[in-house]
Design a protein around this ligand. Structure first.
Ligand code: ATP
Ligand code: MG
Length: 627
């Protein structure tokens, strides 16, 4: 078990460092796997190897991805490759032998060959067939593993599983030998230059905080960690002088024993970093990070292809005419795989995310020019990396055109094991958790903060089960809201896209609420909570900050009562809130954008700051309880 690092602890640790370079090294130390976590992974790999060898003689279980590429973080998934090459050969020769013996009429004791292999011919079996077999072995024969599920839809089909005791998630793939090469390549880069790890860790965390990257396996428009890492390596290749060699240069340095062709692609590079010349680049981590933001804030991602092979951005026209270019899936973000040259590793990224990426880079570049970035605060203020990691919330007072953002986490671990498993296995996992969070938001705005709901055109509120639909009068525009409910807010779902059947849709889903606030329900809640406690209402949690949903509902009612009849004909505030899914299957955050109606700045800010703390906490309670 690992203890998840709390954001507060991270901020504290970073603020204590001496300079930005030290902050960056500190970040690696805080995030990387501990010795015991590594040992657990190693033990699991050994266990898998033992079990699978029984069924697939000669097979090998080989870890790849972040567990071994040098960019591990607490709780990262365990990517495994099941190499069945030797097993195929074994099976083929055994068959030949059996056939010959059968003709001679002297069969071997066929009972000992009760191997699963007798059911399948590995040379002719399809990938889904083999994966189902792998899934069956995992389910039946590997102790301590649950939620086993074959996912055939991904570009690289996998069998997913969860290790019960550690909560570790993993997947096994069978046709992904190239991933072993690129894993080794990433590893080599970390060995070649010690600045690689800190820079990648920082940018991975930054991108995660800005909701630009997640770990989507199976769709989603965000950058995945692999693509982002390649972008950082490319950046280092293109410094002057370069901080990393290109793959073309690495190929020149390859020894005879290290030549490799995988799936037709040349994957030759030295296995030993000591073959590389030390780089002449002497830039500090602090300035490399600032430069990364500066360079990519203005990079034309759609107009060229980022090539680690050549260490330069290839202009589109000539690239498209090349043999690999013809098969390359062009998009708004084009990063060529270092080995599989016709593969765009960022083909899933959509236009909007690229725009936001660039916007965030430009913000980052601007911040990096300030003294707050470069110098440790003597007054204990946030400095250096810390402010870069603040989630994508605009500065206080800056009500941007996109509104304000509250990020609401949804942690699978908050659910009971049973409902977690159920959710993980749902065909439409993304919609499932997102629906839960949206239902929770509705309950918090409407029931806990005492509001009534309508749509601008009187639309019913989707199919959230928490709604007693029809109970409220649709209230449109500025008509008096004091209908059935003494609402302090009017919440209305403005738009909900039709539910899409099947796997998560390419496009981002969103749900909106139009809200009007009629009472100052955000003010003096702590005092009212204390009063209620004295009156002997049900005991709230000992926690000072907030009680249960029921207690909080009572608190709102009391505030409204204390306000008396001061409610005007116009609401105090109007705003819309729009929820979007954070990203891929593993990024289960909801991004809730707020757009206040014009001209209600200061009051809205108070309310918004209250919601920032209140809403995520209440949503978590609601979701946890519903589970
Ligand atoms: P983390 O699991 O912490 O997000 P990771 O490096 O393991 O980081 P994964 O998304 O789990 O990233 O991918 C594991 C491996 O699968 C990568 O190291 C890479 O080899 C391969 N891979 C992932 N995404 C792609 C992609 N878009 N194109 C090609 N290969 C990919
Ligand atoms: Mg991984």
């Amino acid at each position: 078990h690992h203890v998840q690092l709390s954001p507060e602890k991270l901020v504290q640790a970073l603020c204590q460092a001496d300079d930005v370079d030290a902050q960056m090294s500190q970040l690696v130390q805080l995030f990387e796997l501990s010795e015991s976590e590594r040992r657990l992974r190693h033990l699991l790999v050994t266990l898998f190897q033992e079990v699978f060898s029984e069924f697939f003689p000669g097979c090998a279980i080989l870890p790849f991805g972040s567990s071994v590429n040098g960019f591990d973080i607490h709780g990262c998934d365990l990517d495994l490759f099941l190499d069945l090459e030797k097993t195929k050969t074994f099976q083929a020769s055994a068959k030949g032998l059996q056939g010959a013996q059968a003709e001679e009429g002297a069969g071997p004791d066929s009972d000992s060959e009760d191997s699963i292999l007798s059911d399948i011919d590995l040379t002719t079996a399809t990938v889904p067939e083999v994966l189902e077999l792998v899934a069956a072995v995992l389910r039946k024969c590997v102790p301590g593993v649950h939620s086993v599920q074959a996912v055939h839809s991904a570009r690289r089909p996998v069998v997913k599983f969860c290790h019960k005791d550690s909560g570790l998630l993993g997947d096994i793939s069978i046709n992904n030998r190239l991933a072993l090469c690129n894993t080794r390549f990433l590893q080599l880069c970390t060995e070649a230059d010690e600045r690689v790890r800190p820079l990648v860790y920082v940018l991975r965390y930054w991108a995660k905080q800005q909701a630009l990257a997640g770990n989507p396996f199976g769709g989603g428009p965000l950058l995945n960690n692999y693509a982002l890492t390649l972008l950082v390596l490319f950046f280092l290749q293109t410094r002057n002088p370069p901080a990393l060699p290109t793959l073309a240069q690495l190929r020149e340095l390859t020894g005879d024993g290290d030549q490799a062709i995988v799936d037709g692609w040349d994957c030759s590079f030295p296995q030993d970093a000591s073959r590389l010349e030390p780089s002449a680049n002497m830039e500090s981590l602090c300035s490399l990070l600032a430069e990364f933001f500066r360079v990519f804030g203005d990079h034309d991602f759609a107009g060229c292809v980022i090539s680690l092979q050549e260490g330069r951005a290839l202009p589109l026209p000539s690239f498209l005419l090349s043999e690999v270019g013809a098969k390359f899936k062009l998009g708004p973000f084009n990063v060529q795989d270092p080995f599989e040259l016709s593969h765009n590793v960022a083909a899933n990224v959509n236009e909007k995310i690229v725009q936001r990426f660039q916007h965030c880079c430009r913000d980052g570049a601007k911040y990096c020019r300030s003294l707050q970035y470069q110098r440790k605060s003597s007054k204990g203020k946030a400095w250096g990396l810390v402010r870069l990691f603040q989630p994508g919330v605009p500065e206080a007072g800056e009500l941007g055109p996109d509104g304000l953002l509250i990020t609401i986490p949804f942690t699978l671990m908050a659910l009971s094991p049973g409902s977690r498993q159920q959710l993980c296995q749902a065909r439409d996992f993304g919609r499932c958790w997102f629906d839960k969070v949206c239902a929770a938001i509705t309950v918090v705005l409407k029931d806990v903060l005492k509001c009534s709901c309508t749509g601008p055109a009187g639309e019913p509120l989707g199919q959230e089960p928490t709604e007693q639909s029809g109970a409220e009068q649709p209230i449109v525009g500025s008509k008096h809201p004091r209908s059935e409910e003494r609402g302090s807010l009017v919440v209305s779902p403005a738009k909900k896209r039709p539910r899409v059947e099947g796997p998560a849709p390419e496009e981002e889903e969103s749900v909106s609420w139009s809200c009007a606030v009629w009472h100052r329900v955000w003010m003096g809640r702590r005092r009212v909570r204390r009063q209620l406690r004295h009156l002997g209402s049900p005991q709230p949690d000992t926690e000072q900050e907030a009680g249960s949903l029921e207690v909080e509902e009572k608190v709102s009612e009391a505030i409204i009562q204390q306000e008396g009849d001061s409610m005007g004909a116009e609401p105090l505030l109007r705003f819309t809130a729009c929820a979007r899914m954070g990203g891929g299957q593993e990024d289960t955050r909801t991004l809730l954008y707020f757009t206040p109606a014009p001209q209600q700045g200061p009051l809205f800010q108070d309310f918004y700051h209250f919601l920032q703390g209140f809403l995520p906490r209440m949503v978590e309670r609601y979701v946890g309880r519903a589970a």
